[in-house]
Ligand binder design. Structure first.
Ligand code: COA
Length: 255
């Protein structure tokens, strides 16, 4: 497993820590695989009852590595992102997130699949897919629209507005906002509390809470992956990724 995803086990909880601070925990293929490996372990090891995903002290994740995106051809199929996006919604055991600092792109959309999300006040969420000439992923086009209603979801997915931890709480994306010194410990305590619950009951509850949406979610995620993968290869996206690497604003005027 890559050093950029660290795992640790405590009291029935597998703690998954994104650990690439110099690049704001931007996710490479190896990191997606590291997270998916940890999810597989959570699912297959009977002594593990819950997962906790978190970042470094002041950053959850800047989302997909944009340098990787320049050479990527797909977020579906057997690609590391595809594997991650299949494994995450298929988890039968609960997943808790502890978030501080930037949670960008999949850093926000993965939270829509978590069961509990705890954030520090400085957490900042954004889904800038359209700014990057891409489209939403990880089921966010469905899940956000269901949770927030179309108009609010459109502000986040079309205008790519960012939002704070308090706003995330008000929208129902964040469970609770806690001081920076406390959010990690609090999230771990909640994950351990889940791990002590009767496991079959937790699994059944999770499945029942999600089953009404499962078929639709799969259909939307497949469509998102196809659309996103096609757009990755597009000239507009190449301009967006190159602009990021050159630390300039993208220029879409010629398209
Ligand atoms: N992919 C690759 N590298 C990334 C990255 C990403 N998604 N996000 C940040 N980095 C790198 C930066 O290029 C920089 O590298 P450098 O030190 O070699 O120049 C380093 O991480 C620090 O980033 P920086 O932008 O200086 O930090 P910041 O605190 O000013 O801003 C963010 C943090 C997350 C707000 C900003 O980096 C950002 O917007 N990143 C892109 C997010 C994004 O669009 N993700 C894709 C979503 S699909």
């Amino acid at each position: 497993m890559t050093e950029q995803v660290l795992t640790e086990i405590q009291d029935g909880v597998i703690i998954i820590r994104l650990n690439r601070a110099d690049k704001k925990n931007a996710l490479t293929g190896a990191m997606y695989n590291g997270i998916s490996d940890a999810f597989d372990k959570l699912e297959s090891d009977n002594s593990l009852r819950a997962g906790l995903i978190t970042g470094t002290a002041d950053c959850f994740t800047a989302g997909n590595d944009l340098v990787d995106f320049l050479s990527a051809s797909s977020i579906g199929g057997d690609s590391p992102v595809g594997r991650f996006l299949r494994t995450l919604p298929a988890l039968t055991k609960p997943l808790v997130a502890a978030v501080n600092g930037p949670a960008v792109g999949v850093g926000t959309t993965m939270l829509l699949h978590c069961d509990l999300v705890y954030a520090a006040p400085a957490a900042k969420f954004q889904m800038p897919f359209v700014n990057l000439a891409l489209c939403p992923e990880a089921g966010s086009s469905l899940l956000l629209t269901q949770r927030l209603g179309y108009r609010r979801a459109a502000e986040l997915l079309m205008l790519c507005d960012s939002f704070t931890a308090d706003e995330g709480k008000e929208m129902g994306i964040v469970s609770q906002v806690l001081p920076a010194e406390e959010y990690q410990a609090f999230a771990l305590q909640k994950a351990k509390q889940l791990a002590k619950q009767p496991p079959a009951s937790i699994r059944a509850t999770k499945q029942l809470m999600r089953m009404g949406n499962a078929a639709m979610l799969k259909q939307v995620m497949d469509a998102e992956a196809n659309q996103f993968s096609a757009m990755l290869a597009g000239a507009e996206a190449k301009e967006a990724f190159t602009a990021f690497m050159e630390k300039r604003k993208p220029d879409f005027s010629r398209f």
